[in-house]
Design a protein around this ligand. Sequence first.
Ligand code: RTP
Ligand code: MG
Length: 142
Amino acid sequence: MREGRTVVERTLVLIKPDGVRRSIIGEVISRIERKGLRIAAMDMRTLSTEVAEAHYEEHANRPFFASLVEFITGGPLVAMVVEGERAIEAFRSLAGATDPVSAVPGTIRGDFALEVQENIVHGSDSTYSADREIKLFFPELA
Ligand code: RTP
Ligand code: MG
C-alpha cells in the first residue's frame, strides 16, 4: 500500500504466552504505540496445534519445532495487526534479535528475555509472511 512516497505496511505481531504470563502486554503495546505504529486489530486467544503448526510451517523440519508448537499453544497470547510506515521492519527493530541474549538492551527481547524460545514477541519477517500470517489470524482483514 503506498501513500505518496511513504510505504504503509501491515504486520502480524504476537505477544507470546510468556509475555502474557509475565504481565507485560501493556509494556509491549506501549512501545508499539510510542513508535507511531497503529494497532488495526487485536485479540487474546489460545492457538490450536493446527494454527500453530501453520503459523510456523517454515520451521517444520527444525529440531525445536515440536517444542515451539507446545510453547506457543501453552496459554493465551495476544494477536494483533500493526500498521504504519515500513511496519514490518519497524516492529522487528523494536523486538530485537531472536536470541534475547544477543538482542540489544532497549529492544523488547533485549529488555525482557533470556531464552531463545521464550522471547516474548513475534513479528512477520517479510511482506509475503505478513500477508500469509494476517490471512491465518485475521481472515476478515486480508
Ligand atoms: P518469530 O518468528 O517468533 O518472530 O521469531 P524470529 O523470526 O526472530 O525467529 P525464527 O527463526 O522465525 O524462530 C521462530 C521462533 O522459534 C523459537 N526458536 N527456538 N530453540 C531454538 O533454537 C529456537 N530457535 C528459534 C523462538 O521462539 C523464535 O522466535
Ligand atoms: Mg520468524
